[in-house]
Design a binder for this molecule. Sequence first.
Ligand code: PLP
Length: 379
Amino acid sequence: MSTSSWRALFDLPRDIAYFNAAQIGPMPRRGVEAGKAAFDAKATPWTRTIADEFFNAPEAARSKAAALFGDDAHGVALVPAASYGLSVAAKNITLEPGQEILVLADQFPSNVYTWRTMAERDGASVRTVSRDQGQSWTEALLDQINPQTGLVACGALNWIDGGRIDLVAVGEKLRAVGGALVLDLTQSLGVMAFDAKAVQPDFAVAAGYKWLLGPYTLGYLYVAPQHRSGEPLEENWINRAGSEDFSQLIHYRDGYQDGARRFDMGERSNHQLVPAALETLTVLEEVGVDAAANHIATINDALIEAASAYGLRADIPDRAPHYLSLGLPSDAPADLAAQLDAHGVKVSQRGPRLRVAPHIYSDEIDVARFADALKAVLS
Ligand SMILES: Cc1ncc(COP(=O)(O)O)c(C=O)c1O
């Protein structure tokens, strides 16, 4: 598939430049069609097989998501939200009293509240790592990891400024002091390469409705091999061994399905959302993570050039190539995103910055619309 054919995979009107994948990713047409067909089938349940709806489709989605983490299907659980995956991690890691949990400044709330609650439970504390001027997030984090560090919770980037974190380096230093690594990859999985074997996180979660372009309420949790015999948050029947045989369900079993499947959310087979997610993951697989990342990086370069003429700065030296968060000039209007919206440009303001998040469907016409809108609003 070539970059020029990617836009046609989506139902995006030409008078909108959609740069908000970091907020909500638009689902490709094929995903939408699969979802509609799944809803239609809900009116005629006998037209789908138990094997497909309950087992084959979720298993296929699990397998495709697992490839994005750099693992196989045994390593991934189906979860409704990043917070759910983080709670699974918190339930299966215990800290010693006095140990510290490190989070980054301005981290996404689901990935802060979980650790505040865990700290209270274990008599640990949460410490927020900030970076100094000119320092990378990686340096700031490595600086703060010491024998007191029980856990680091972060992402592959800081979601406010887009600064990248070298997760291999963080993981290595953390393992040397016996700390756990829990990742929220919601803002990177699918458009930034990730290799669980190199990073070796304990847990890594990604909500599926942003860069993964999938339906809301279906995300993916990678679980490291040493945690795959841990305790799930819920005890759903389908996660138990032998659940494929519906005639034997009341012969209660102690064992679980293999690998990370024990951590699946209840009703993980979600008959309407899973087909949409599966088809969407298939589209992403056909595009490929590297090709998507390269395309988005190229679009971002063009956006940066357009923005620089109006004083918006790509001033984060360690910026993740797919994630553009622009510094605003001091006289920028407080409602800049709303004003750009009136010109058909969809972006977000997060903190004091403008987040511009293109995806595989973005092209030079979108970039030109962005440049025209900035000109209309700022000059
Ligand atoms: C970094 C990050 N993590 C997670 C989420 C979503 O969290 P949850 O799935 O817990 O609602 C978002 C949404 O904006 C996010 O930006």
